[in-house]
Ligand binder design. Structure first.
Ligand code: ADP
Ligand code: ZN
Length: 731
């Protein structure tokens, strides 16, 4: 990387653009010159595109032909550490740099001057006459000191219509002014009193704060059972970062969780932090991006891509529920936000806290190897104790066909309903039934574009493909044999389970909680709050409920099918089952009332089920680690997934076969290639998919080898190739 920091007008500069080109482009520095890292607008053909000054120009062509940078945008230049970070992520994930730059500039209108909006403050004038509404509006403005409100905020806060405010403006009692939209975020005060910590918690906080004070990079695995106060602990680490004048980032796996967390931040620091996720408006995103870059957002709470925001001085990244699979992005740039958080912090001298009740085997192994520190919180806070966990042996239960709630589970739920406590029935399947079968010909209704069955969603009154999202109405007749009235649902989804629960417990209030049943994150959040306040006897939920909501009155968790994810082809099937079951069980007994978790299983002797029930986590990890070590798979070996796809299966396979034959670059590093084979989902959206799997010893330069391997490929027509380093799922 260049050491030259400034380029005078007319000097040749290399500009990295967001356009899919395999190199930087040379331009002349604009009038007034420009800094290295400056965000600029450059001409490309007839268009203007976004770019960043990446270094001195390469030259080697007729300089009189060089075009000029159009303008330098009014945002802070990209810092060197960000340029280094993007380069390293690109190398690690085998992503072209323009795609990295797109990831780092995911906010609209970065270069535009801040747009204005009307705000309202207390004016000097007096209204001609005072009404109730008017005095309420003026009262609010007085109560909040000099603060400015938007029209909507003021009207809502005062409980008046906007015409009341407008009336006061006419009389000069309220002042209307223009104010830029991209306002700095309110100050977070780390010195407001926090909660009184338990000894365990205080010890952990002490260690994290020491780490921060060192000013050096370091990663800590914060392991603690659900309800042990991990959030309280890492909020104190955030406080320390803020005291040091550094910025902090908290990554959460699910937007639905942000609301509860924001409330806790506000309670601790006196104001709300910046939010970055798919639910934020474009204007809000732009505000976050700019303010983070100016250091005027001390704390960002967000989804994985927040890692690519232009922090000025990122001192701490918390990855909450670090084992969660949603941290791995599986389209576009295939990156793991957890791993890249570690990389970013290593570059900028920051600390990372990976928090989880059930860490990933990767993080557990890194802690074992001494690469990460490890802190354990072993007890739940206050009177809460861990739930008792027991199997329900389904081989011994009398089940009627088409039902999934065993007599034993039924009895346990009934008890809770009678005591006025809540139960959660967990099933990790959306929709009504996973399969729709024709009882006349045996046909299972499948998606027209994917190698996947259509899932019946009664709530939507449609069949849906969970791969491509395509829906169609439930047909009257079998699409294959045309016989009418023979289509039947097979197996349970959350909607069907709710139907059974309604029949079994007619007196109970039953609520379904699944990501697809709510139109918006807000509706979902409202529902979660209602449940927390006790407005449900039985909650029927999918994976969504496993993630960190607090339901204080919930004392029973019933897992409908604990065996469901046990036998996936996935190398992480056991780990995922273990994590999911322990997480779900952790929902029970969060307050004073003790909880119980009942797991319906046909294999109570299975080692994973036994480990889940006994709670012998270290034992489970050791066994799992030994198995992976013996197989040479992650985290004790390296893997990369290659997916080739195209409209015709033949040519896709031809390329796959050619790749498998020409594997010299991989053999050189001791890596093996498996495949090509049809991917587990062999067709998605009409594209045939073929997979190759690369397995390499730990420490082997797998990215380099793969680059050399795929470089000579000339993909014809509509064939696409994606590389996924450290794949998390194998679909
Ligand atoms: P985790 O993140 O490990 O699931 P939380 O931090 O959410 O745990 O804590 C669980 C509950 O206990 C929360 O309601 C939290 O406010 C409360 N809690 C934890 N520690 C304390 C403490 N030291 N003082 C008061 N309340 C606490
Ligand atoms: Zn489909």
């Amino acid at each position: 990387m260049s050491t030259q920091e400034f380029f005078d007008q007319g000097e040749l500069v290399a500009v990295l653009t967001t356009q899919p080109l395999d190199r930087t482009l040379d331009y002349k520095a604009p009038e007034g010159g420009c800094f290295l890292g400056a965000f600029v607008e450059v001409p490309l053909g007839p268009r203007k595109v976004l770019g960043v000054i990446w270094g001195p120009g390469q030259g080697g062509f007729d300089l009189s032909k060089a075009r000029s940078v159009i303008r330098v945008l009014e945002v802070a230049p990209m810092r060197e550490e960000m340029r280094v970070f993007l380069g390293r992520v690109a190398d690690y994930t085998l992503t072209p740099m323009p795609a990295m730059l797109r990831l780092a500039t995911r906010a609209p209108g970065l270069g535009d001057p801040p747009s204005m909006r009307k705000v309202y403050r207390l004016g000097d004038g007096e209204p001609d006459r005072m009404t109730d509404a008017r005095s309420r509006a003026l009262g609010v403005l007085r109560d909040f000191g000099g603060l400015a409100f938007t029209l909507k905020e003021l009207a809502e806060q005062a409980g008046v219509t906007s015409s009341v405010v407008k009336g006061l403006v006419k009389q000069g009692a309220v002042r209307e002014e223009d104010s830029p939209r991209d306002l700095p975020y309110p100050h977070l005060d780390p010195d407001l009193p926090g909660k009184e910590l338990t000894d365990d918690q205080a010890g952990a906080v002490g260690k994290l704060q020491q780490g921060l004070q060192s000013g050096d990079y370091g990663t800590t695995l914060l392991k603690g059972v659900t309800g042990s106060g991990k959030t309280e602990v890492y909020l104190e680490a955030v406080a320390e970062a803020l005291r040091m004048g550094r910025q902090a980032l908290v990554l959460l796996p699910e937007i639905a969780l942000t609301a509860e967390f924001l409330t806790r931040v506000e309670a601790r620091f006196g104001a709300r932090p910046a939010e970055w996720h798919s639910g934020a408006t474009m204007t809000e995103r732009r505000r976050v991006w700019r303010m983070v870059g100016q250091g005027k957002a001390q704390l960002v709470v967000g989804a994985r891509s927040a890692l690519f925001l232009p922090f000025r001085d990122l001192g701490l990244v918390v990855v909450d529920e670090e084992h969660d699979t949603s941290y791995k992005q599986e389209d576009g740039v295939h990156y793991s936000a957890r791993d890249m958080a570690v990389l970013r912090s290593a570059i900028c001298g920051g600390r990372v806290v990976l928090a989880s009740a059930t860490p990933s085997l990767e993080s557990w192994a890194n802690a074992e190897a001494g690469k990460y520190d490890r802190l354990d919180l072993t007890a739940r806070f206050g009177a809460a104790v861990l739930p008792e966990m027991k199997p329900i042996d389904m081989r011994a239960e009398q089940m009627q066909s088409g039902t999934w709630i065993s007599p034993s589970l039924r009895q346990a739920v009934r008890q809770r309903v009678e005591r006025g406590e809540q139960s959660l029935l967990f099933i990790n399947r959306r929709g009504y039934a996973p399969v729709t079968l024709c009882r006349a010909c045996g046909e299972q209704i499948a998606c027209d574009h994917c190698d996947a069955r259509m899932v019946e969603h009664r709530f939507l009154k449609r069949l849906m493909c969970h791969q491509c999202g395509e829906t169609k109405p439930m047909p009257e007749a079998c699409p294959s044999c045309q016989v009418e009235g023979k289509l039947a649902p097979v197996g349970p989804g959350i909607e069907r389970l709710a139907e059974e629960a309604e029949l079994t417990f007619p007196e109970a209030k039953i609520v379904m909680l699944s990501s697809d049943l709510f139109g918006s994150a807000r509706a979902l959040k409202a529902k979660i709050e209602e449940i927390a306040e006790g407005d449900a006897d039985i909650v029927i939920g999918t994976q969504l409920v496993a993630k960190g909501h607090n339901f204080p009155n919930l004392t029973l968790v019933g897992v409908i099918d604990a065996d469901l994810s046990l036998h996936g082809a996935d190398l992480r099937a056991a780990e995922r089952t273990f994590q999911l079951m322990r997480q779900v069980a952790g929902r029970a007994g969060r307050a004073e009332k003790p909880g119980q978790a009942l797991l319906q299983t046909f294999q109570p002797e299975h080692p994973v089920i036994r480990a889940i029930l006994s709670g012998d986590e270290e034992g489970f990890w050791k066994a799992e680690a030994a198995g992976r070590q013996a197989a040479g798979v992650p985290p004790y070996g390296r893997m990369a997934g290659i997916v080739l796809s195209g409209p015709e299966v033949g040519p896709v396979f031809d390329i796959g076969n050619a790749m498998a034959r020409n594997d010299a670059p991989l053999r050189q590093i001791g890596a093996q290639v498996f495949g090509p084979a049809p991917a587990p989902i062999a067709r998605i959206r009409g594209r045939h998919r073929v997979r190759l799997l690369v397995k390499a010893p730990k420490g082997a330069p797998i990215q380099d080898a793969i680059s050399h391997w795929i470089a000579p490929l000339r993909l014809k027509g509509d064939i696409r190739l994606t590389v996924d380093i450290d794949p998390q799922s194998f679909y």
